[in-house]
Write a protein that binds this ligand. Sequence first.
Ligand SMILES: [Zn+2]
Ligand SMILES: [Zn+2]
Length: 185
Amino acid sequence: MNPKKYLDRVPVGSELAVACQLACPGCRMPEGLEHEYGCTFEECPGCKKILIGCHCNCLSPADSEKIIKALHDQFANLAEAIKMVTAAGIKPDQNTSYLIHAAMQYLYENVPIAVQADLKRGFHESHPGLVPLLQDESGYGYYTAEQLSLALQIPLAEVNEKIDAMVEAGQGIRFGDGICLQKVN
Ligand SMILES: [Zn+2]
Ligand SMILES: [Zn+2]
């Protein structure tokens, strides 16, 4: 299998479909620089559509996580995030867009405990073999990178790369109530 190829972000002014001259009308970054993470005017280097809503997932994990983090931080309440996820619908044959990824993450973090249990069950149903291997003193269970690699059927190196990127972006890596992941080599 070939290593996955990541594409570079499209700087302000180099868009094909969106017109950003001199400065971005959204994030105000000048021509030639990269948009602020999560800017709604940034173009996808793959499909040329709006990056945060497209399904290419073609940026490096580090860039992807920073965009997801920025979008995540823009959600002000649960209703907004639910509306976003509901409106998008879930198509199993497509990658999740950065925006939906951020909304899902916001949901996981902010839903009431009772709903968290449902989400957790859903996660277990889609990945039945996955049982946390480790537990910290506050009772949180941790999955290892190896487990996630098997469950999600992606190479271990890619899992570790994603975790590194999440940690670097200062992003919480807890999913719902008591589901966490951790890099264990
Ligand atoms: Zn911008
Ligand atoms: Zn795209």
